[in-house]
Write a protein that binds this ligand. Sequence first.
Ligand SMILES: Cc1cc2nc3c(=O)[nH]c(=O)nc-3n(C[C@H](O)[C@H](O)[C@H](O)COP(=O)(O)O)c2cc1C
Length: 174
Amino acid sequence: MSTVYEAIKKRFSTRGYTDEKLTEEELFEVIDAGLAAPTAANRQELHFTVIPSDNPVLQEIEDEKNKSRGPAAKNFYYDAPTVIIISGDESFGWSALDAGIAAQNIVLAAEGLGLGSLIIGCIKDAMLGEKKAYFNEKLQIPAGYGYQIAIALGHTALAKEPHSYDASAQVSCL
Ligand SMILES: Cc1cc2nc3c(=O)[nH]c(=O)nc-3n(C[C@H](O)[C@H](O)[C@H](O)COP(=O)(O)O)c2cc1C
């Protein structure tokens, strides 16, 4: 178990996974971390769809994405054993931000468990495009909800350094 700050500093986007699946306990913990995230006015309006990599809907989403973006060298979830899609109430103005916060809770919980993760935005147009109703039904996304963000999770097969940054360009201390 690492401290939260250690997990923040160690995390990187994992774009290569082993075949090892998450255990039920790991899956419970990462989902619980998402559910425990703060939401505006405590609305708890987010929905989490957990998708194992053998579910054909992932290839359907990949195919839909590629219609507009062209084929990619790797699929959008880099063959991770688990993908979580977070959807939110489209009538609530904070759903996108709430989903981002929940996503970060999930990736940090994953880091604490020694798992790799990737936040995925590139399927947004595919999820909200002409096949939106079809994908929403397949993914058990509630009525009035729309895709916000996805997260791939698994055991890291391809490590990389966390990104660097320039505090002097991004921070003002008054
Ligand atoms: C909102 C959001 C959407 C992202 N979408 C994708 C994506 O679709 N595909 C991908 O490979 N990485 C995606 N990323 C990962 C970023 O590219 C990555 O976080 C950034 O390059 C910094 O690298 P690091 O996470 O390894 O520190 C996304 C990250 C965020 C926060």
